[in-house]
Design a protein around this ligand. Structure first.
Ligand code: GLC
Length: 748
């Protein structure tokens, strides 16, 4: 007779006790079944700030010091914590660790989102994404918190530097390419900030009030493209409200639109918010609360026990967290090296910058000819490049190429004594690239007259902005008085000496250009081009690279021309720029507690082209060192409503170059809004684009632009449905103001 104790032991061995149940890709339902409610709640809440603040709070138990956050582990069931790290321009982690003296953990500062979008080159973004994903992988990161892809509703949004465009098709296609690139390395992404996070002022309390059609066609369309074309592992729900409901607990947004309509299969994590109505967030489909507070775990348990939240709603989120975990390198126990190939990635960063730099003006001065061997570089940013914006989008780079060195490498000397003056100023003022805010560089001006012996003048104007604050008009969008005086002095002194003046814009967002562009013979928009950006700039100035960047947004003549300027914070008070952890009391302040998107579709060229309003530089604009002819176009529509537009272009100049062919849907009948009226039917909408390969002089290329029905269609708010244009008219050309070719549609 077998003794009872032996029987128990035998039985136990036969049926695995729950504790021996370990997570794998095939047993997620069983794991969920085996979890206690407390464990489930724990999995939906991040581990807090100890990872991001490891530099101050200590590194004990922190997987990747400086990473933005992690999920929580449940060892009993073999569920590891996974690591979430910023950002859109590269991995943001602590460059040194107390626990690893002598070792460094730098990352590549890639060009910012705006530079990448200015390339209009999906292959390039996929390549940047692959390099960025490789760095995340080798640093032990499981999800990279990017791309940032909110629409540039207004030029003064502080975070525009890390976003792509005023147009949802360009933004969506760029984001999709980035996501594909990063995820090709087996690391996840988080398309952010979903959605309508279009200002930084009171970002965690502001209510974006927008009509359905505008939301669908403008502010959600880019995310829709990214989801449908690249399947990001995660999305990040934004701080703000949308029509009165926080995005993070907005079931219409996170479940109805994102999952039921767009068939999104991934996870939604919140942006780094304090505790809100956690139960409502879970019920809406916000799966993971980041950075995570213990009180949120208790709240979930409490709300299930009270029946306010059902356990099946919790289980849906738990399942999605587990589906994310099993995909991660950490779950797969990837042995990361902590030594990514920064040298190889620096070259990728340089190439991307070279394709994203935009030549705005060139009165026969660029590229430098053999007659230029010395240049006088003015402007603090000329000696301290602003690599990227501030906040979570910052990257700790090991190096940054400065313009004088990059020019020297190409045989052009920057006046050494002038360099000494600026570098002395920088040393005295310890102005680092993160500090170059509006006005700082302009407070320092140098009399140009002693330097007119140089062959040309280069004046670099710098601007800085970033997370949690919007820009100002005075001394930011506009040149400061000292900048303007310095430019005028440089221009008159060098022109009097028969020399040329080149202005470089090392900026993160649009500034005013119309009032001073004639003072410069050339204007090169480098944006915030990353650690290798000024090497790329020197390559363009010296003709090594033919500029092929195109504007992903409009440069208006004046800020007040921008329709949303009527409804955007203007010089907000510091107390309005409250962080996401302060309790927001809605005091009914326009553009702070709520923002009316009264302009509707009147954003960027959708307004300026429809209203026929002049701009300084139009959407899609960019000069080259060669010229392209637009030779032919054909368009056809298939049964499924997709369209195909073929365009042939030829390089008619003397330099090899790349052209960005842009295809717009035209509505000749679009009503011209009287001043101030909203735009509900834009005269033009970008529907696709293609960048040619490098074409030699005389070489032609026919590009094919395919347009999916969901991109071609427009939304009818009445019926809540999408409809395709009956007889679409397509226009093609180099930018929204130059569209020489047109084609109606024949059936495919
Ligand atoms: C920030 C940003 C978000 C970032 C997150 C983690 O507040 O809004 O873009 O990924 O917190 O740093």
């Amino acid at each position: 007779m077998i003794r009872p104790v032996l029987m128990t032991a035998l039985l136990a061995a036969a049926t695995p006790a729950p504790d021996s149940l370990q997570l794998n890709e095939g047993n997620i339902p069983q794991i969920v079944e085996a979890m206690t409610l407390k464990e489930k709640a724990t999995l939906l809440v991040g581990s807090g700030f100890k990872s991001m603040l490891a530099g101050n709070l200590g590194e004990k138990g922190v997987l990747v010091p400086g990473a933005a956050g992690t999920t929580r582990a449940i060892p009993r069931l073999g569920i590891p914590a996974v690591v979430l790290s910023d950002g859109p321009a590269g991995v943001r982690i602590n460059p040194t660790r107390k626990r690893s003296p002598g070792k460094t953990f730098y990352a590549t500062a890639f060009p910012t989102g705006t530079v990448l979008a200015s390339t209009w080159n999906e292959d390039m973004l996929q390549e940047v994404g692959s390099a960025m994903g490789s760095e995340a992988l080798e640093y032990g990161i499981d999800v990279l918190l990017g791309p940032g892809m909110n629409l540039m509703r207004n030029p003064l949004n502080g975070r525009n530097f890390e976003y792509y465009s005023e147009d949802p098709v360009l933004a969506g296609k760029m984001a999709a390419a980035m996501i594909r690139g990063i995820q090709s390395r087996g690391v996840g992404t988080s398309a952010k900030h979903f959605a309508l996070n279009n200002q930084e002022t009171n970002r965690a309390g502001n209510d974006a009030r927008v009509d359905d059609k505008t939301a669908r066609e403008l502010y959600l369309k880019g995310f829709e493209i990214a989801v449908r074309e690249a399947a990001p592992w995660t999305l990040m729900s934004s701080y703000n409200k949308i029509n009165g409901e926080y995005a993070q607990s907005n079931r219409w947004l996170l479940t109805r639109v994102l999952r039921e309509e767009w068939d999104f299969g991934g996870l939604v994590m919140s942006d780094w918010t304090g505790k809100r109505d956690t139960g409502a967030q879970v019920a809406a489909g916000n799966d993971l609360m980041e950075p995570g507070l213990n009180s949120q775990i208790r709240e979930i348990v409490r709300q299930v026990r009270r029946g306010v939240l059902t356990e099946s709603e919790v289980d849906a989120c738990v399942t999605r967290v587990l589906e994310l975990v099993v995909k991660t390198p950490r779950f797969r126990e990837y042995a990361y090296s902590e030594e990514p190939d920064l040298q190889a990635h620096a070259l990728v960063a340089r190439e991307a910058a070279a394709e994203g730099i935009v030549l705005l003006r060139n009165e026969g001065v660029l590229p430098f000819g053999g007659d230029v061997s010395t240049v006088a570089v003015f402007g603090v940013a000329g000696y301290s490049c602003i690599l990227g914006g501030t906040g979570s989008g910052h990257v700790n780079a090991a190096h940054a190429v400065q313009l004088p060195d990059a020019l020297q490498a190409r045989g052009i000397t920057a006046e050494p004594a002038l360099r000494g003056i600026y570098e002395n100023y920088l040393a005295r003022n310890r102005v680092s690239q993160g500090m170059l805010g509006a006005g700082i560089p302009a407070e320092f001006a140098v009399d140009p007259s002693p330097w007119t012996g140089a062959d040309a003048a280069v004046f670099v104007i710098g601007r800085q902005a970033g997370e949690s604050g919007d820009r100002h008009v005075e001394d930011d969008f506009l040149l400061t008085d000292i900048e303007r005086a310095n430019l005028e002095a440089i221009s008159s002194a060098f022109r009097a000496a028969g020399k040329k003046v080149i202005v470089v814009l090392n900026i993160g967002g649009v500034i005013e250009t119309a009032s001073w562009k004639d003072l410069a013979d050339a204007i090169v928009l480098s944006w915030q081009p990353g650690e290798e950006g000024f090497a790329a700039l020197a390559g363009i100035l010296c003709g090594e690279t033919c500029p092929s960047g195109r504007l992903p947004m409009t440069f208006p003549i004046r800020y007040s021309d921008v329709p949303s300027s009527e409804n955007f914070p203007y010089n907000p008070e510091p107390e309005d720029i409250m962080g996401p952890f302060k309790k927001h009391r809605d005091r009914g302040r326009p553009n702070v507690d709520f923002t009316e998107y009264a302009e509707k579709l009147g954003v960027g060229y959708r307004y300026f082209s429809t209203a026929g309003k002049e701009v300084s530089y139009p959407f899609g604009f960019g000069l080259s060192y060669t010229v392209f002819s637009y030779d032919s176009i054909s368009a056809a529509v298939a049964e499924d409503g997709s369209a195909e537009v073929r365009v042939c272009v030829t390089n008619r100049g003397n330099a090899a170059g790349k052209e960005v062919v842009q295809v717009y849907l035209a509505r000749p009948e679009a009503a011209v809004p009287e001043a101030g009226a909203p735009v509900t039917r834009p005269a033009l909408e970008l529907k696709g684009f293609a960048k040619t390969s490098l074409l030699a002089p005389g070489e032609s290329q026919t590009v094919t632009v395919r347009i999916a029905p969901y991109i071609l269609a427009s939304f009818d708010a009445e019926s809540g449905s999408w409809s395709l244009p009956q007889e679409p008219l397509f226009l093609a050309g180099p930018n929204c103001a130059e569209l020489p070719l047109s084609a109606g549609c024949r059936d495919l």
